[in-house]
Structure formats: C-alpha cells, structure tokens
Ligand binder design. Structure first.
Ligand code: NAD
Ligand code: UD1
Length: 338
C-alpha cells in the first residue's frame, strides 16, 4: 500500500516505518520535527534498506498536507501529536491546536483526496483512573489532563467522521506504556530535556546523564509500594500498526483496541530489570506521588489478540536490553550525530 505516516520521525513512528518498509509498503512521512530529528529517518531507511518519501511540514498546513498526499495514498497512520502531560497543563491551547486542529486538518485532506482508512495513535490515558484492571476497551472513558482530553476528543472526532462515511474505516490504538528500541540500537526514544517517562529516565541515569531516579511515591497499595504499568516493547507496538493497516483495509467502521502485554510491572521491578540488563546501578530516591498518577494500569489485550491477530511477544528483558543498547550507542540521543 501507499501509506502516509504523520509524525513518522518520532519514537513510535520511526520504528513503525522500518517495519512498513520491510513489509513492502511505500511510505511517505510528514513531520515538522518539533520533537524529533531528520537523522532518525535516515536511519530508518538504512535499517530497512529502502527509501521513504519525507515531507518536512506541519499537518495543520494545507500546502504541506497536499504535498504529502500527492501521488496517491491508500491509508494514513496518524502519530503526529504533542504528548507531554505536564506541558499540556501549562499550555492547553497549544495542545488543542496541534493535536485536535492537526487531526481535523488531516481528515479534511483525507476527504479531499478520497482516503478512507485511518490508524490512530490513542493512549491508555483515555481511561483515566479505571475502576478495575486489566482494563477493557468498553471501560468508561475519562479525562484527567489536557493531553488526555485531546486524545479523547480526537477519538470522538474520528468516530463521527467514520459514522458519516459508511465505507470509511478507523482503528484507534490505545497504547499502554511503550518502551525499548530497535534491536540494532540505531533508533530509539530521544526525549528533549528532562524525560517525563520512567524508562528513558532510568536509561539516562544508567548512562551517567542523570544522577538518580526519583520514584514518584512508594506508598501505593501495591506489593512494593510503587506504581504498576503495562510496559510493551516498541517493536511489538510497531507490528500492531502493520496489523491495523491490514485490518482497516478489510473492515469498515471505527474500532478501538488496547495495546499492551496484559502484565504489569512496578517501578522497582523496572529499575531491577534495567540494572540487570545494563550491569549498572540505578540510584533511586522516593519522593511524593506525581499529581495525576494512578496506582495500577494494565491492559486487557484480548480484542487485539483476537481481532487484529496481534500479540506482544517481547518480554521485560528484551525491553531493557534494547533500550540500553540504544542509550549506550547514542548517549546524547540523536543530538550529536550527523
Ligand atoms: P514523538 O514525540 O516521538 O513523535 C511524535 C512526532 O510527531 C514527532 O516526530 C513530532 O515532531 C511530530 N509532530 C508533532 N506535532 C506535529 C505536527 N503538528 N505536524 C507534524 N508533525 C508533528 O512521540 P511518540 O512517543 O512517538 O508518540 C507517537 C504518538 O503516540 C503520539 O500521538 C502520542 O500521543 C501517542 N502515544 C505515545 C505514548 C508514549 O508513551 N510514547 C503513549 C500513548 C500514546
Ligand atoms: C504517562 C502519562 C500518560 C501518557 C504516558 C505515555 C502522566 C500522569 N501520565 O503515563 O498520560 O499517555 O506517560 O506518554 O504523566 N515514574 C517515576 N519516576 C519518574 C517517571 C515515572 O517513579 O521519573 C513512575 C510513575 O509514577 C509511574 C511509572 O513510573 O508509576 C510510569 O510513569 P510514566 O513512564 O511517566 O508513564 P505513565 O505515568 O503511565
């Protein structure tokens, strides 16, 4: 297929592009590089041994979108978004404009070019603090911060768009906690500034860029007192996008799928696993709970297993080993490479 990947230079997009190219798809990426580097796309092409087409531009810019859609597109995978929860609380309008405005502009361009298939990056954040775990797709949806609101609103807009076009199909993928990196160590997660998320923070402590990890709360009602999440390997997540593209081609309508392993790990378990993978000590300090954090969030991935025919196969050891390889080979991320 001819696929348009928005945000394809980012963490999850770059890993997905490698697999799309390897599977024989033709790939166009549109990305404004606001949270990524063009070098990631050079490495994607090197890993896949195939070229992709890159349009540097913003999805809110109709001219850039027109260039991206030129030549014919069969389906869109939509990663492009801002994703930092804390920042979204300080700058909600920027998040509404970029994420929601960007998605509307994208759907308008899809309509103008007769494109009917969309795979969308959603998040477990749409469940807020769930009543029970593991969480199923039909659990109540809740908003706990402006970033989460944009994800929920985008899901709803896509649902409405689909409902108005009987032949359209949309797959909403609710990611739990993507971690790890391509096993080559050539691409990986490269947060700008201080990482918000656990795994990149641990990796930067291990490589000596940060002194210690702050554990946000050790008084949760969990076996070791720290929060539990469903971490999944980014290569498993990338594979899910291949399945989702095929699923969208074969099914009309809008469906949501949880993407996780179904197994939760605590912060302390993550630290221990990373210490084992890296052979480095990770100094930790327990501090106050982080506002908005939940005790435990794990996926019930049964729908994705059954309907997308997708299952996460990589375990915690591979997640840590691959994240560590990436961090060791690129201690400063993509910053100091050409
Ligand atoms: P990322 O920041 O690495 O990638 C997003 C990419 O989109 C970046 O390359 C950025 O430059 C680009 N972008 C942002 N706004 C744009 C715009 N207006 N026009 C063009 N390009 C734009 O993030 P990621 O971790 O790869 O996440 C990808 C998607 O998955 C996002 O939608 C995110 O909300 C969602 N998601 C991520 C996680 C996670 O933990 N990483 C969890 C759940 C959902
Ligand atoms: C966070 C976001 C969520 C978003 C997801 C992926 C919040 C409240 N939630 O999820 O909306 O979809 O990232 O981008 O920000 N932890 C530490 N020390 C750290 C960092 C994290 O102890 O320096 C702990 C957290 O308290 C949590 C676990 O590690 O228990 C995982 O945190 P994180 O990686 O930020 O993911 P989420 O909070 O699940």
């Amino acid at each position: 297929m001819n696929l348009l990947v928005t945000g394809g230079a980012g963490f999850i997009g770059s890993h997905t592009c490698v697999l799309l190219l390897e599977a024989g798809h033709r790939v166009t990426v549109i990305d404004n590089l606001c949270n990524s580097a063009a070098i990631a796309l050079a490495r994607v092409q090197e890993l896949a041994g195939k070229p992709l087409r890159f349009v540097e531009g913003d999805i809110r810019n109709p001219d850039a979108l027109a260039r991206a859609f030129a030549g014919g597109i069969d389906a869109v995978i939509h990663f492009a978004a801002l994703k930092a929860v804390g920042e979204s609380c300080e700058q909600p309008l920027r998040y509404f404009d970029n994420n929601i405005g960007g998605t509307i502009a994208l759907m308008q361009a899809m309509e103008a070019h007769g494109v009917q298939r969309l795979v969308f990056s959603s998040s477990a954040t749409v469940y807020g603090q769930p009543d029970r775990v593991p969480v199923k797709e039909d659990a109540p949806l809740r908003v706990t911060n402006p970033y989460g609101r944009t994800k929920l609103v985008m899901e709803q807009l896509i649902q409405d768009w689909c409902a108005a076009r009987p032949e359209a199909s949309a797959v909403l993928l609710r990611y739990f906690n993507p971690v790890g990196a391509h096993p080559s160590g050539r691409i990986g997660e490269d947060p700008r500034g201080e990482p918000n998320n656990l795994m990149p923070y641990i990796a930067q402590v291990a490589v000596g860029r940060r002194e210690y990890l702050r554990i946000y709360g050790d008084d949760y009602p969990t076996p070791d007192g720290t929060g539990i999440r469903d971490y999944l390997h980014v290569m498993d997540l990338a594979e899910a996008h291949l399945k989702a593209v095929d699923y969208a081609a074969a099914h009309a309508g809008c469906e949501a799928f949880n993407l996780g392993t179904g197994r939760g790990y605590s912060v302390r378990e993550m630290v221990a696993a990373f210490e084992a993978a890296s052979g480095r000590a990770i100094p930790c300090w327990s501090v106050e709970r982080r506002a908005g954090d939940v005790t435990e969030l794990t996926a019930d991935p049964a729908q994705a297993n059954a309907r997308l025919q997708w299952r996460a196969t990589r375990g915690l050891e591979a997640m840590c080993a691959d994240a560590w390889r990436w961090q060791q080979m690129n201690p400063e991320g993509f910053t100091h490479v050409s």
